[in-house]
Design a binder for this molecule. Sequence first.
Ligand code: MN
Length: 240
Amino acid sequence: MTSSPASDMRKPATLVHTSDCHLDKTLDGPEQQAFSSVVDLAIKRDADALLIAGDLFDHNRVKPEIVHWVASELNRYSGPVVLLVGNHDVFHESSVHNKHDLRDLYEHLYMLDQPDGSIFDLPGTEISVWGRAMVEHAPEFQPLLNAPKARPDKWNVIAAHGLVNAEAGRSSPIYTHELNELSADYVALGHVHVHSVVHENPLTMYSGAPYHWGSDKTGCIIVDFVPNEPVQAEWTSLKE
Ligand SMILES: [Mn+2]
């Protein structure tokens, strides 16, 4: 960000970034256990906010018990939770998010539900999150299109669910030139299930899935915003 040191009056903040939880039909599966561990970590680190960058649910026919279970987990945390949809829970008419609105079950849920993008200034923190809701996972959907300019009094986070450096014709593409042109403190990506740092300025990361079948690399990212310091984002294993 461009704030000069003397003018950076932002309060420090901590954000937990996860994605691709793929919660589905059984209440005691490894995906559920991993999601609980993410919530545990948000509580333990006293995070100011939790961001889920798409594919919270595996498909649009998840049972109501799963949705209620997610809400009960989020209620253990009780801080602001920002939810972006992904290609597995796209925001079309028969979306799981239209059948079961998590906002009715968790009062601190902020859903990025607008196809052209929406922004939330999270209460109790100076974190602001923008993202575009995916209605169709298609080459025409560009998750970063028309991202807003950063504001100097906020920790500006952009959330996107898509594929970085996609070949022509791939769905939900995210291009390096778009990342270069973004003004943000942190870009939280979802879609690729293994964690990676994809860009340095602004710092852009795939969190990876909390549970990734066949992989030990299950975790999420803790992002620390400190005035006058570079953003610190660290992938953290969920295994004890
Ligand atoms: Mn996805």
